[in-house]
Design a protein around this ligand. Sequence first.
Ligand SMILES: Nc1ncnc2c1ncn2[C@@H]1O[C@H](COP(=O)(O)OP(=O)(O)O)[C@@H](O)[C@H]1O
Ligand SMILES: [Mg+2]
Length: 254
Amino acid sequence: MGQVICFANNKGGVGKTTTAVAIGQAWARGGKKILFVDLDSQANLTTMVSPLAPEDHKATIRDAFLDRSKFNIENVAKNVDLVPSELSLSNFDRDTASITGREYLLVDLLKPVRQLYDYIIIDCPPALGLITYNALIASDHLVMVATPDGLAYSGMVMVANLYADVRSNERLNPNIKLSGVVITKYERNKLSDMYVQKVKTELPDAFVEPAISKATRVAQAGSFNQSIFEYDPHGKATKQYLEVAKRLQKRVKA
Ligand SMILES: Nc1ncnc2c1ncn2[C@@H]1O[C@H](COP(=O)(O)OP(=O)(O)O)[C@@H](O)[C@H]1O
Ligand SMILES: [Mg+2]
């Protein structure tokens, strides 16, 4: 049965999407079958992994939430499939207002496809609304991603609180585990080191070594829609992501 893993932080720009993509691509290169589910209306993950223009997707996760028969999975690379997102997913709360059990829409969508994949990777929006709630309820594992600074740390604490709520409620998802905290855009300085230390001390079991260095080539790969493994195979951050992928894989094994 495929393991469902969501990547979250209440703050944007902390490397959630970049990390979700890098980890998924690393596992796919290792022969695992991956499904990416883009839950962010900004559709950054969709743009990063799909060769299609935004308007060319047959249907997106938003369509599937409103009509299950429109659940559309695209093959985007060897071992990599995608459920794309689109801008109008930002109306999710309003669009689904009349649906009962709207917290469980994602669980229900993923149920029939779980056995087709080794890992289903969910990229969350930078918010703690109904979409992230759906993601936490549908996931076996939560991975929090943060840059080493105060705002990203606070965003992580907010996700951790929502996670605790979901986990403590028998009807939501008591089995979800906090399986990783990945620090990104690390630069060696007092502030960064202080936050890395803080995370290590407070979440010693979840912190995944090493922190990912801030690297222009990571951002470049993202904006050229290329995998860092192709764009910068020998880069420091690429090697760090490979190491994080290896360690995280041990923790999320079924
Ligand atoms: N290690 C890194 N070094 C430099 N830039 C990075 C790194 N990781 C991500 N970025 C860039 O930072 C920006 C935000 O990253 P992204 O993954 O989209 O964050 P989020 O999904 O949390 O909003 C993007 O432009 C991305 O290319
Ligand atoms: Mg993102």
